[in-house]
Design a binder for this molecule. Structure first.
Ligand code: RIB
Ligand code: CA
Length: 312
């Protein structure tokens, strides 16, 4: 049975891979829409990148809508040093994609799709949560109709500050709206996404897949690995965002724990932190399903099979 999803993203190398896995023949996900948000780079570039990914995988029948160009209250911060000036540096891509965005704001498209649904759409944000928060604020009636939010963000440590992960940090006020909305949330934070590390061996394994999509992903990974080595001394690039769709396709890949999570929006050193109560010390009601362990073989088998499925 196809699970309906809306991918809200800021492509971004790992967002692009997430779209590719979600759209693969091996996926049981039905992409209702792709929406973009300011994050890795400016929203205009993220939108162009989403459209280019759709061109590469032939995703013609899914609407792509551009969303928020800045966080709710913060000034914009981008991660150009990780993803490059285009936000998708590495592969050689055409300047102008053939696919066009729809003439509708992402927030309105999310509201429209959820309101007309049978409460069976999962939102899959893999960038800052600005669009999701704006949709909830603009139309509160969508909140009880969202099946689940499966997001990449947060963790028990940070990659943008010592306490905060980028997606949450960029718009912690939006994250607070979303985490306190009451919608069921499944969170893929850095604790688990850093286990999804694409190494030189990964690239070697993927390089035997003889199709253009796999070749595109290999070029993405080569660039992503280089910047993660340079900035974090990692021996691979963590495919953060792909954990969300991998979970939706095969939940058995991950070990989860239902805990309480608060979003810090006041701390001088902790702004943007997901306060993950792994030991239940707050005694607060649990509100988030947090992934903490990934089955390497299952994850990479899914990854490999998804890319292989693009061979005609
Ligand atoms: O911190 C990692 C997250 O920030 C990923 O979603 C990556 O694409 C960037 O948006
Ligand atoms: Ca992202």
């Amino acid at each position: 049975m196809n699970k309906k999803v809306i991918l809200d993203c800021d492509p971004g190398h790992d967002d692009a891979i997430s779209i590719i896995i979600a759209a693969a023949k091996t996926s049981n996900l039905k992409i209702e829409a792709i929406t973009t948000v300011a994050g890795n780079v400016e929203v205009e570039k993220n939108t162009l990148n989403a459209l280019k990914v759709c061109d590469i995988i032939g995703l013609d029948d899914v609407p792509v809508a551009q969303g928020a160009g800045k966080p709710l209250t913060n000034k914009m911060e981008i991660a150009e040093e990780i993803h490059g000036e285009t936000g998708l540096d590495g592969p050689l891509l055409p300047e102008i994609p053939s696919k066009k965005p729809v003439d509708q704001h992402a927030v309105d498209l999310i509201i429209e799709k959820v309101m007309e649904s049978d409460d069976d759409i999962t939102l899959v944000p893999t960038g800052p949560l600005t669009n999701i928060a704006l949709a909830m604020i603009r139309e509160p009636a969508i909140v009880p109709k969202i099946k689940e939010i499966v997001l990449m963000g947060g963790g028990t440590f940070g990659n943008w500050t010592p306490a905060a992960e980028f997606n949450i940090y960029v718009d912690a006020e939006a994250a607070k709206v979303v985490f306190e909305s009451g919608v069921p949330i499944t969170m893929f934070g850095l604790d688990v996404t850093h286990q999804a590390l694409a190494t030189t061996q990964t690239i070697e394994d993927l390089s035997v897949i003889d199709n253009d999509v796999a070749k595109f992903v290999v070029d993405l990974l080569k660039f992503f690995m280089k910047t993660y080595k340079e900035f974090f001394d990692f021996d691979g690039g963590p495919i953060h965002d792909a954990c969300t769709v991998a979970y939706l396709i095969d939940p058995s890949i991950f070990e989860m724990k239902h805990v309480h999570v608060d979003i810090e929006t006041k701390g001088e050193y902790t702004y943007g932190m997901t306060c993950v109560d792994m030991l239940g010390v707050t005694g607060k009601e649990t509100n988030v399903n947090v992934a903490y362990q990934l089955d390497q073989k299952k994850f990479w088998d899914l990854f490999y099979n998804a890319l292989s499925s693009y061979t005609e």
